[in-house]
Write a protein that binds this ligand. Structure first.
Ligand code: HAS
Ligand code: CU
Length: 539
């Protein structure tokens, strides 16, 4: 096994362990909501498990998986990962942070959900651990940047390989995003949590949180897009639609991921409506690269389907390799994202947001996006990666082939009723299946029950995924390692670096956009009279 393969596998193991633990938490929530009597079904445990589920799936599984993918891309497109010692240091720092945060949650002292909105207060270990996870990911960013720079120094006249360009865009998005998080945690949360100051301003903290929280979703999505653009067409037997368009898409995410976060705060006081409306417009700007992606990835798949002999207007769809779990995982992720993206457009509209904000619609939305578009892509990619890292064939191939479909079915069962229940007024983040017998809530109950069925199907799918991965590592025989291959574009790109490769420069433009979008709102918040709150822990 190569040095990088060991590094990648270490990250994957943490990702998958976090995924498995997070999935266990989720099934309990789904059943508790449906009113199933559970021996441990108290409100305290319910919110503890929601916190653990959100942190482990949305923050730990994703971050470790993305770091692993980054190293795979660096090793296979740039020659090698530069600074393997640093990469291991980043791994350990992030792992120690993850363990601290997880223990803080499981101890029952840190039930603050994954958004950790003050004045909800967690044990300091929760925040310190989360900070270490981010510091570990910053070291990953440094290693990725060093790897690209070393490659550039040796290949002055070539364009950065496309997959590396996408991962570098991910790095840029992450650094821009975590700047906001660093302010929130270092300036406001840690001094308060450690007892140096007594009170904290919820709205100020939330504003820095969403500076980070929205681009966080593109930190998850762009690596998935790297796989959709640069690997899936090859796996399906087709070609990349356009190298140039893909680079423009990645750069647009660097530009527009961050100056949009107020779309999570349309109902928050203290921020002028005009600035909220600006963020509606910038959010529509960040939808554009996804709309481009919808057309271009579909074109790539059509090329593949026709190359495989599929004819007619739709015959090419059936000709695609639906039995390959990497392909089916990504294709079902795409179909799901078409729905999730549609919901996103509704969330982002300043006026319509009032209809869905803080309702079950939102949990429906993010399970379609991060919970499927991203997570199902990563699960599928695991089936592709493991043989390439270890030389072992996937164990239980029939189970692996079925698992993405089960996830897809489970997620539709979970998310569509959640959207409808949200429109009927059901709040998000609530514990109780009976809703205290309130008349208006009666219409939600069948929808919640259907969601619970979805939750159980998702749990079965999650356990099959974990079983296949563990089985592959433990029992599958070793053989040759297939190569990691990337899709060739339909038209070879022009020679030489393009302006779209100048990600440092584009990041500087992004900083200007962030200052324009956030400067006035933050200036206003920091200069008006504030009423900070004391910390609060409901359990
Ligand atoms: Fe979102 C809330 C708006 C995308 C995640 N979002 C959330 C939360 C999360 C989240 C976690 O404006 C909850 C936060 C919390 O806890 O409070 N979101 C958007 C918009 C988009 C969007 C405009 N979200 C995402 C992605 C996420 C994610 C991606 C994670 C990965 N979201 C919001 C807003 C809120 C919000 C508000 C706050 C709501 C509130 O009030 O609290 C856009 O980026 C979406 C663009 C996507 C598209 C779809 C493109 C389709 C593609 C697939 C094509 C495939 C085809 C089929 C056609 C335009 C690329 C293939 C066919 C075959 C044959 C294979
Ligand atoms: Cu957002």
């Amino acid at each position: 096994m190569t040095v990088a393969a060991r590094l990648v596998l270490a990250h994957l193991w943490v990702a998958i362990a976090a995924f498995a633990l997070g999935a266990l938490m989720a099934v309990m929530q789904a059943l508790a909501r449906a009113g199933v009597e559970l021996p441990f079904g108290t409100a305290r445990l319910y919110y503890l498990s929601v916190t653990a589920h959100g942190v482990l799936e949305a923050l730990v599984f994703t971050t470790f998986f993305i770091m692993a993918l980054g190293y795979v891309v660096a090793e296979t497109t740039l020659g090698r990962v530069r600074g393997v010692g640093w990469a291991w240091a980043g791994f350990w720092v992030a792992l120690i942070g993850t363990v601290m945060t997880t223990l803080a949650i499981l101890s029952g002292t840190s039930t603050v959900l994954y958004t950790f909105y003050p004045p909800l207060e967690a044990h300091p270990a929760f925040y310190v651990g989360a900070t270490l996870l981010v510091v570990g990911s910053w070291i990953w960013c440094g290693v990725m940047i060093a790897s690209v720079r070393a490659w550039r120094a040796a290949n002055r006249d070539a364009r950065v390989p496309l997959a590396a360009h996408g991962m570098l865009a991910t790095v840029a998005i992450w650094l821009l995003a975590t700047a906001g998080l660093a302010v929130e945690v270092l300036v406001f949360i840690l001094p308060w949590s450690l007892g140096f100051v007594e009170r904290i301003d919820p709205i100020v903290a939330r504003t820095y949180f969403w500076w980070f929280g929205h681009p966080l979703t593109y930190f998850w999505l762009v690596p998935a897009y790297v796989l959709w653009y640069t690997v899936i067409p090859q796996v399906a037997g087709g070609r990349l639609f356009s190298d140039a368009v893909t680079r423009v898409v990645f750069v647009q995410f660097v530009l527009f991921s961050t100056p949009v976060g107020l779309h999570h705060q349309f109902t928050d006081p203290g921020i002028a409506s005009a600035w909220k409306l600006v963020h509606t417009f910038t959010t529509y700007a960040v939808m554009f690269p996804s709309l481009v992606t919808a057309f271009t990835v579909l074109a790539s798949l059509e090329i593949a389907g026709r190359a495989r002999g599929g004819g007619g207007r739709f015959g090419w769809i059936g000709a695609l390799p639906w039995g390959d779990p990497f392909f089916s995982g990504v294709a079902l992720a795409m179909v799901t994202f078409a729905l999730g993206g549609f919901g996103g457009a509704i969330n982002a509209a300043y006026a319509m947001n009032a209809m869905v904000h803080n309702t079950a619609w939102i949990q429906g939305h993010f399970h379609l996006t991060v919970g499927t578009a991203v997570a199902l892509t990563f699960m599928g990619a695991t089936y592709w990666l493991l043989p390439r890292l270890t030389g072992r064939a996937i164990a239980f191939p029939a189970v692996a082939a079925m698992q993405p479909y089960l996830w897809f079915i489970g997620m539709q069962c979970f998310s569509i009723p959640s959207h409808i229940a949200g429109l009927l007024g059901m709040p998000r983040r609530i514990y109780t299946g009976e809703f205290q017998g309130v008349e208006a809530a009666q219409a939600w109950i069948p929808l919640v029950n259907l969601s619970a069925v979805g939750g159980v199907i998702l749990f079965v799918s999650a356990m099959l995924y974990v079983g296949v991965v563990v089985g592959t590592m433990l029992v599958a025989p070793r053989g040759a390692r297939p190569p990691v291959e990337y899709a060739e574009p339909v038209v070879p790109p022009a020679d030489g670096p393009s302006i779209w490769d100048r990600l440092g420069w584009w990041s500087a433009v992004a900083v200007v956009l962030i200052l324009l979008a956030y400067g006035p709102a933050l200036y206003h918040l920091h200069t008006m009279q504030r009423f900070p709150a004391q910390g609060f822990s409901p359990f």
